[in-house]
Ligand binder design. Sequence first.
Ligand SMILES: [Zn+2]
Length: 181
Amino acid sequence: MMATTHALVGLALVAPIAVVAPDVAAPLAAGAIVGGIAPDLDLLFTHRRTFHFPVLGAGPAAAAMIGATIVSTPAAVGLAAFLTVAWVHAVTDVVGGGAGFDPWTNPIDRAVFDHWHGQWIRPRRWIRYDGAPEDAALGALLAIPALVVFDGPVRPLVALGLLFSVGYALVRRRLPSWIDE
Ligand SMILES: [Zn+2]
């Protein structure tokens, strides 16, 4: 799934909490957006391994969530949103395609690395590859709660993210050939 889809999953997850606790809506949104995107920065290292923790990420996320319910400061809430959404990102990468860049000519049977068991988890391919039409469609659907609940800079950010998603999905299958040239 695209990093933008992950960020929108995060915003949809924290949206109900922002409804109940509007005073921490800003740190919730910021933590969710950064937590949704950050794991994919490991494109620079070993993608879906270096910053993806589908199993080990659960512990810190749970601890931060408990912490944020006890001390509901903006920093604690933002950290909890960040760790939880980053963990959910790693888990949901399992339902996408393999970690390869060109899944049509070179399908890879590695979705995301499980550091606990020291092995790769196999891709389920419900979303066939990052930037697939269903990936962009899922993002558009998930944007609805974010657009309804959040205001301020979140709305233009969501619109920008959607624009990027659709644009990326439109050119996704041509990207490998452009980069090879
Ligand atoms: Zn990822």
